[in-house]
Design a protein around this ligand. Structure first.
Ligand code: ZN
Length: 281
């Protein structure tokens, strides 16, 4: 079994396109890299009545319930028959779990959204509370029309980010970082549930290495201590670059308040019920 490889450093042809979930279908926004080749297709087994029962058993598993990261990998490993170059149907479940966890976060979220569309259709009701007048209402979105940014080439998966103040590693100054998309697994590597820790974990897994200011110095991996020493301004701008450069499903929806016309931003709700609500529950 091959795990998803690290994207190449920026330099090749960068092509990022905008599409919708309906047009992209069962193709990954980033993809599965194997021997430098980008594989994008995935397939699910048919979603049958008994599938719902099987998934419900996963839902009732308390251990998995406590870990959204693990249940998502479990559900996908149950449902996928093909992922990139791999015939998943012939693989051991544990291997599939490991392979799914090594996928990019955006690809895992996209596969979950596709699964939701197959299981319950593309219309989703979001509960929105207006940020201006506190009016509460239900806003219906159509996942078919959801925007997805697609990395068409392996080089489109990573980007160069320039820091304002820079960081020091082993006494040398670095201002350029090679940043790649975070993997699903990076969420599981957080030791606590504090949001700030999650942010650092995702950041850490996304920075591939730092490029030296002085061309004579070596390229270096970025240790967590260097992130701790980063100025708040650099940290916030780097985090913001994730949003601007992020490839994958755009899971925040704009919706106008029916009372005061304020344009609110409503994120998708990733709870279990949202994805697989069973009529028997
Ligand atoms: Zn309002």
């Amino acid at each position: 079994m091959k795990l998803n490889e690290t994207p190449p450093v920026p330099g090749g042809e960068k092509i990022v396109t905008n599409t919708t979930a309906a047009d992209l279908g069962n193709r990954l926004p980033l993809g599965f890299l194997s021997d430098g080749v980008q594989y994008r297709d995935f397939e699910f087994r048919p979603y049958k009545t008994k599938t719902e029962r099987e998934l419900d058993e996963v839902r009732r598993n308390k251990k998995l319930h406590a870990s959204p990261i693990e249940w998502a990998a479990t559900v996908l490993s149950m449902m996928l028959t093909r992922l990139g170059p791999h015939n998943v149907a012939e693989m051991k479940r544990d291997d599939v779990m490991m392979m799914v966890s090594s996928c990019f976060m955006a690809d895992v979220l996209y596969m979950l959204i596709r699964l939701r569309m197959i299981a319950l259709g593309s219309h989703v009701k979001l509960s929105v509370t207006c940020a201006r007048c506190e009016h509460e209402w239900k806003y219906t979105i159509d996942l078919d029309t959801m925007d997805v940014k697609v990395a068409e080439t392996p080089a489109s998966m990573s980007y160069l980010h320039t820091l304002h103040d820079g960081i020091e590693i082993s006494g040398k100054k670095y201002i350029e970082l090679v940043v790649m998309p975070p993997r699903w697994l990076s969420l599981a590597n957080t030791r606590s549930r504090r949001p700030s820790d999650n942010e650092v974990a995702v950041l850490m897994s996304s920075i591939r290495h730092a490029i030296p200011l002085n061309p004579g110095d070596p390229e270096m991996p970025v240790p967590e201590s260097a992130i701790d020493e980063m100025t708040k301004r650099d940290f916030e701008v780097l985090k913001g670059s994730f949003e601007d450069e992020s490839v994958g499903p755009q899971t925040v929806f704009e919706c106008e308040c029916p009372k005061c016309s304020f344009r609110n931003k409503a994120p998708l709700d990733w709870s279990w019920d949202f994805f697989f609500k069973s009529p028997s529950l």
